[in-house]
Design a protein around this ligand. Structure first.
Ligand SMILES: NC(=O)c1ccc[n+]([C@@H]2O[C@H](COP(=O)([O-])OP(=O)(O)OC[C@H]3O[C@@H](n4cnc5c(N)ncnc54)[C@H](O)[C@@H]3O)[C@@H](O)[C@H]2O)c1
Length: 315
């Protein structure tokens, strides 16, 4: 698992180990955190390999031995420039891990004859003119704007994955993850749910960029992990692109108000300038995941926020 020390990757490592697998977690902790996987460190079925995926894997591949499944979740993922963990502050690293990094892992998949899963993103749809977004939509992306390092990085990563699939027959699938939240997000990652919850808990102003009428749909991490597992392990997913997310679309203002009420916070809601290329709408069409994987999210926004608030109160 590349990116196993991150938010989604650490949940996936735990799930895979719970189901009896041996997991090699490769991470350089550029945006992840060792605390996410501390509970696994003494587990004999877990091995941490600290390595930059953007550099060749020759030095580590013999340590892995056989590998049957390769999950590629390694990439900075937060768009908020104010966070040190944002891809906007790691522009070159983000482009490299989605190009060289993807290439390196695909070479390993080819050599080990392993199944490959790329964690792509709804950001490949850019600022969509179509809503909800089906997998067949090609997107509306600014190729050189501030967010392009991530959006175009992931688009390149998708192209590289399918080039290996077509040219070498690598058994590969791409999932496009829509906003996901839950315990073990980093408090300072600047993503909207973490920011709102932590501002509300500390009674600090809750920052909304723009009017707050822009929409997002949030998927609880437990549901996302189930979707990722099904995308990798269900027959017939080779060569497929699958949206994974929760279609329950809400405005940012509505989410801020919900979090404020659930925390019982005295915070005031303040507005700041909307960042460049911030999408106005985001809602997955998950018809394909429902039909192909028999998957749909189960956890409501209210339940998921409750569990996430509980987590952040404890850390
Ligand atoms: N969380 C979301 O809402 C969301 C939405 C869409 C897509 N995704 C994708 O899912 C994946 C996981 O996202 P996340 O939210 O867990 O982010 P995260 O930042 O918590 O996890 C990414 C992990 O990758 C590691 N990493 C980055 N570059 C690396 C490199 N060169 N070598 C080794 N490790 C490296 C980081 O240290 C981190 O542990 C990412 O690829 C992201 O683009 C996430």
């Amino acid at each position: 698992m590349a990116g196993g020390g991150g938010f989604i990757g650490s949940h996936l490592c735990k799930k895979l180990i719970d189901e009896g697998n041996m997991v090699y977690c490769l991470d350089n902790f550029i945006t992840g955190n060792k605390n996410n996987i501390i509970s696994l460190m003494d587990n004999p079925n877990f091995k941490l390999i600290e390595h930059d995926l953007s550099t060749p894997l020759d030095v580590i591949k013999d340590r892995i031995g056989e590998a049957h499944y390769l999950f590629h979740l390694a990439s900075p993922a937060s768009p908020n420039q104010k966070s040190e963990r944002s891809y906007i502050n790691f522009p070159i690293e983000t482009l490299l891990v989605n190009s060289y990094g993807t290439h390196n892992l695909l070479l390993l998949a080819k050599e080990k004859n392993a199944k490959f899963l790329l964690a792509s993103t709804s950001e490949v749809y850019g600022n969509p003119v179509l809503s909800p977004q089906p997998e067949t939509y090609f997107g509306n992306v600014n190729p050189n704007g501030i967010r392009s390092v991530y959006d175009e990085g992931k688009r390149f990563s998708e192209a590289m994955t399918f080039a290996f699939h077509r040219k070498f027959g690598v058994d590969a699938r791409i999932i496009r993850i829509f906003n996901t939240y839950g315990p073990f997000m980093q408090k300072d990652d600047g993503r909207v749910v973490t920011a709102f919850i932590n501002q509300a808990i500390s009674n600090l102003p809750m920052t909304i960029f723009g009017s707050g009428n822009q929409t997002r749909s949030f998927c609880y991490v437990e549901d996302m992990i189930e979707g990722i597992m099904k995308a990798m392990f269900t027959a017939g997913t080779d060569g497929e692109v699958i949206n994974l997310g929760n279609p329950d679309e809400r405005s940012i203002l509505e989410i801020a108000t919900m979090v404020k009420e659930m925390v019982g916070s005295q915070s005031e809601i303040v507005h700041e300038t909307l960042p460049e290329d911030d999408p106005t709408k985001r809602k997955p069409d998950i018809t394909k995941a429902t039909n192909l994987l028999q998957w749909s999210p189960k956890v409501t926004l209210e339940e998921g926020l409750k569990k996430t608030i509980e987590h952040f109160r404890n850390v």
